[in-house]
Design a protein around this ligand. Structure first.
Ligand SMILES: Nc1ncnc2c1ncn2[C@@H]1O[C@H](COP(=O)(O)OP(=O)(O)OP(=O)(O)O)[C@@H](O)[C@H]1O
Ligand SMILES: [Mg+2]
Length: 364
């Protein structure tokens, strides 16, 4: 086959993982051998009467491992879709390269296309055809066995609704059908651009389960999203981009640690005195918008020490609780920009707290 010369790079070993995303990441082989490599990838768009718009700005990145989910995260307009289009060979970068399974995406994506399934933008299906009929048609066009249609319908959980027409599907079902279409060729790499966009909380949870299941089946999944809170729950690795630039990339744990790890949220009447006393003991605390609240940069497991230091100085806490490091707080720390509000009214994600973002940036 054409890509034989790249067999080493493209050697995807499919195997089943059990347990959480964290254990999957830890047990993934070939961590040093990613499927996708972006080298100084840059994409600019011309604008009439204005400077070129830089959609992707010198992005250098290695990502994609069998059995893992890699989140490409960033706010609206940060360049996620543009990056994905470049790596799928749909658009040509202005500069730099995107390599997938060893093939330059802009020149020779066709060589590896059979190994890559993708969902970018709205799925194009025949509205009056059922899921089964749409998939059967795609299978026939792609020279894929009809038995694969049953397999993918089952994977995405549409088997019970396979005869309903596409037009009658909910948005979540349409998204799942699009993923089924992308899975038809049994790809090693699945690239999903905002698959949870517009879904309600239940739909998002279902999408997460599906993504996890596809990765646990041994495929590499790249998923873009601006919904940090949602993606945190399914990603093994994450890349945060902002303004077309790489902000940070690494394992979910590593990125979360940019949030300063788990921290303590303390309530006390004389906050300013408490902050000063704690500083004297080498413990940094930062005020919160609430005049009695402060965030303590400290090992959560040693919260008793905070209490003791304060009590020794005649200061007594009225509340102390730990606050978990989240991708959202990491994002705030890394970009100093709040992520856009989550579109789903049913959820109440942590509110961006600019004061805290400022405070934590000055931390270690
Ligand atoms: N075809 C195009 N012509 C001109 N500008 C474009 C084009 N495609 C994207 N852009 C611009 O490039 C920037 C990055 O867009 P892109 O769609 O990659 O962002 P995104 O991270 O996918 O955003 P979203 O979360 O809204 O999907 C934006 O400023 C956008 O307006
Ligand atoms: Mg996009």
């Amino acid at each position: 086959m054409a890509e034989d010369g790249h067999a080493g790079q493209g050697a995807v070993h499919r195997h089943r993982f059990t347990g959480t995303n964290q254990t999957a990441a830890a047990s993934t082989p070939d961590r040093a051998d990613p499927i996708i490599e972006l080298r100084q990838l840059r994409k600019t768009y011309r604008r009439r009467g204005a400077a070129d718009l830089v959609a992707v700005d010198d992005l250098t990145l290695r990502l994609g491992h069998a059995g893992t989910v890699h989140g490409l995260l960033g706010p609206n307009g940060s360049g996620k879709t543009t990056t994905i289009r470049c790596l799928l060979g749909l658009i040509r970068p202005t500069r730099g390269t995107a390599t997938v399974f060893g093939a330059d995406a802009s020149r020779e994506f066709h060589r590896v296309a059979h190994r890559v399934g993708a969902l970018v933008e709205n799925p194009k299906m025949f509205p009056n055809f059922s899921a089964r009929k749409n998939l059967s048609l795609l299978a026939r066009l792609g020279g894929i066995a009809q038995s694969e249609v049953d397999r993918v319908l089952d994977v995405v959980g549409l088997a019970g609704r396979e005869h309903d027409s596409f037009a009658a599907y909910s948005l979540g079902m349409k998204q799942r059908l699009a993923i089924a279409a992308a899975l038809l060729k049994d790809p090693d790499l699945l690239v999903l651009d905002e698959p949870a966009s517009g879904l309600d909380p239940a739909g998002i949870a279902e999408m997460r389960r599906l993504i996890r299941q596809i990765a646990d089946d041994g495929r590499a999944v790249i998923v873009s999203s601006h919904q940090l809170v949602e993606m945190e729950q399914v990603c093994d690795d994450v890349t945060i981009i902002n303004g077309g630039r790489l902000v940070e990339t690494g394992s979910l744990n590593q990125i979360q640690n940019f949030a300063g790890s788990d921290r303590l949220l303390a309530t006390i009447d004389d906050r300013e005195a408490a902050i000063s006393v704690l500083a004297g003991a080498g413990i940094m605390a930062h005020p919160r918008p609430d005049p009695q609240e402060m965030v303590v940069d400290f090992d959560v497991g040693r919260s008793a020490d905070v209490n003791r230091v304060l009590a020794e100085n005649g200061l007594y806490l009225s509340g102390l609780r730990s606050e978990r490091a989240t991708l959202e707080s990491a994002f705030l720390n890394l970009t100093e920009e709040p992520p856009p509000p989550e579109p789903n009214p049913g959820r109440t994600p942590a509110q961006p707290d600019p004061e805290r973002a400022r405070a934590t940036r000055s931390g270690p």
